[in-house]
Design a protein around this ligand. Structure first.
Ligand code: MLT
Length: 321
């Protein structure tokens, strides 16, 4: 079975796939036309991607392709409806990187409250400014609103509870177990936006959530509120966010994801939102810990092993037509 990996991927995962008898071809530089050509030339049955986009043209060129695996949780970078029409299954690795994303979310929250990055930048310039940076409010007793209490949202809640924060959430599913365990309260989105000091988004990307947080929602937040997004960039209207922060409608933001993200191999990033003071941006690294990437690679191997040996598609997110 030929497996094409068009992104960075754990070495141990590649070895395990070879151990299963797969022919593994890996090239993290592939994208667009080069991916289309490689998919055709390698006659791959399985394509594994992380950041690399997979539109329908790639599927048309890959005549033997049966399975596309997103080495992560979200799969909005893959045309999964187009894949279904072509009888190609799309599978993902849900939950494998949830702890890593939650850790970054908490990291951003503390970093913003204490202005850690600004502290570091000033010290590197030789500036001592205890007076300015000694003004944090602290997290204890403050309210975190979690939008989307899935696997990542639950990991965030658990960690925030250890900081003695008040926890609100909104989701279509009621999580009585989490409410009892951590004292979470389920509220409507408007109430969450109005009451939370920190609002953390953990919803899937794609058309259904595009600009889910826009001018109207930002207008419902406290002037000191901090918006955190380690989910997908398109969920926030970035222009509206920049304006809300610049005009003092909200306090700031911690962003790991952006409306338009560069390819993993690109070196430049010109998104104006990251230059707004009181925006703390990271480079879409939520899932990028060794622990998370190891777990994702193991899951990818498990998916391929099941497909290869039994024709079973684990974590399939599209029904083949
Ligand atoms: C995810 O969808 O789980 C993340 O975007 C994964 C990643 O950054 O690799």
């Amino acid at each position: 079975m030929n497996v094409l990996i068009a992104d960075k991927f754990e070495k141990a995962g590649v070895e395990n796939l070879r151990g299963l008898g797969c022919e593994v071809i890996q090239d993290p530089e592939l994208a667009g036309d080069t991916l289309r050509d490689a998919a055709a030339k390698t006659a791959c049955e399985v394509l594994v991607v992380r950041s690399t986009k997979v539109p329908a043209e790639i599927m048309d060129a890959a005549k033997n392709l049966k399975l596309i695996i997103r080495a992560g949780s979200g799969y909005d970078t893959i045309d999964s409806a187009g894949a279904a029409k072509r009888n190609i299954r799309v599978c993902n690795c849900p939950g494998m990187n949830a702890v890593a994303v939650a850790e970054l979310t908490l990291g951003l929250m503390i970093a913003i409250d204490r202005r850690i990055a600004d502290n570091v930048v000033d010290l590197r310039k030789g500036v001592w400014n205890k007076k300015e940076y000694g003004k944090a409010r602290g997290l204890k007793g403050r309210t975190l609103g979690i939008v989307g209490l899935g696997r990542i949202g639950c990991e965030v809640a658990q960690r925030a509870a250890a900081f003695d924060m008040n926890l609100l959430y909104t989701d279509i599913i009621e999580r009585k177990d989490m409410e009892e365990k951590l004292g979470l309260r389920k509220v409507e989105l408007d109430q969450l936006l109005a009451e939370a000091d920190f609002i953390s988004l953990h919803v899937p990307g794609g058309e259904g959530t595009k600009h889910f947080i826009s001018e109207a929602e930002l207008g419902k937040m406290k002037p000191t509120a901090v918006l955190l997004n380690c989910s997908r960039g398109g969920v926030i209207d970035e222009k509206a966010l920049a304006k809300a922060i610049e005009t003092g409608k909200i306090g700031g933001a911690g962003l790991d994801v952006y409306e338009i993200e560069p390819k993993a191999t690109d070196k430049d990033f010109a998104d104006p939102v990251v230059r707004v003071p009181r925006v703390y941006g990271t480079h879409h690294i939520g899932a990028s810990t060794d622990q998370a990437q190891g777990a994702v690679a193991d899951e990818v191997v498990r998916i391929i092993e099941n497909f290869k040996n039994s024709g079973i598609f684990i974590n399939c997110v599209n029904e083949a037509k």
